[in-house]
Design a binder for this molecule. Structure first.
Ligand SMILES: *Cc1c(COP(=O)(O)O)cnc(C)c1O
Length: 222
């Protein structure tokens, strides 16, 4: 089942787009199944859940944190997390920096932007990002590195709306690159696209897609 799903998703994604298998709420056995099929990049949105899965699974897995992150939980993932997609404030970035320093690491992060027409999505707007990136406090941080942007489109059937939201994120990426990261080659990631919209996201310039239910099946929340 998972083998087939993974194969289908992989075949529809170009080689240079990173496929993050979003395994939140799913048991270890299912992650192991994906691992057996060669999947090495996984995404989780709860810090303790990610810590526990990291402890239980092979150490060559690359863990992406994709959910809202509370500052008091960064410590659970700081020793091993590969990329945090959900930076939406200077204070969160400072807190990540602090935990990264304790672990003697530099942690890669994405700025999460608010691109959807929904009340509930987290993220920065352009002005907030500009304020963060031009602040003295940000420039002092030695143990975090911003490598791109992330966003979630509106949950809707309207494909044109989704496409427009992804276009907006792409434009934001280009603007940030020009203004703040012109000579920073690592600033190159655009994390956009989920099970229902990753094909559109790739057409609009996504470099990493976060795909859960199309690989692992629908999630059941209890
Ligand atoms: C759950 C989640 C996904 C994956 O969603 P699917 O629709 O199951 O592919 C992607 N990104 C974020 C931020 C998520 O929380």
């Amino acid at each position: 089942m998972i083998a087939e799903n993974l194969k289908k998703v992989r075949e529809s994604i170009p080689e240079d787009v990173c496929l993050i298998a979003v395994s939140k709420t799913k048991p270890i056995a299912l992650l192991t199944e994906a691992y057996t099929q060669g999947q090495r990049v996984f995404g989780e949105n709860k810090a303790q859940e990610m810590r526990d899965k990291h402890a239980a699974l092979p150490k060559d897995i690359i863990w992406h944190f994709i959910g809202h992150l509370q500052t008091n939980k960064i410590k659970y993932i700081a020793p091993f997390v590969h990329l945090i997609h959900s930076i939406d404030s200077l204070s969160l970035l400072q807190a990540v920096n602090k935990e990264a320093l304790k672990n003697g690491r530099v942690i890669d992060c994405l700025l999460q932007f608010y691109i959807a027409a929904e009340e509930t999505k987290f993220g920065l707007d352009r002005e907030e990002a500009a304020e963060l990136l031009s602040s003295k406090e940000y420039k002092e941080l030695q143990n975090v590195r911003i490598v791109g942007v992330m966003g979630m489109a509106t949950y809707t059937e309207k494909k044109e709306q989704i496409r427009q939201e992804f276009k907006n994120l792409y434009t934001i990426f280009i603007e940030c690159k020009k203004m703040y990261f012109e000579n920073v080659p690592e600033f190159k990631e655009i994390s956009m696209g989920m099970s229902d919209d990753y094909s559109i996201a790739i057409e609009e310039g996504s470099t990493m897609v976060r795909v859960g239910s199309a690989i692992f099946g629908e999630r059941v929340y209890s």
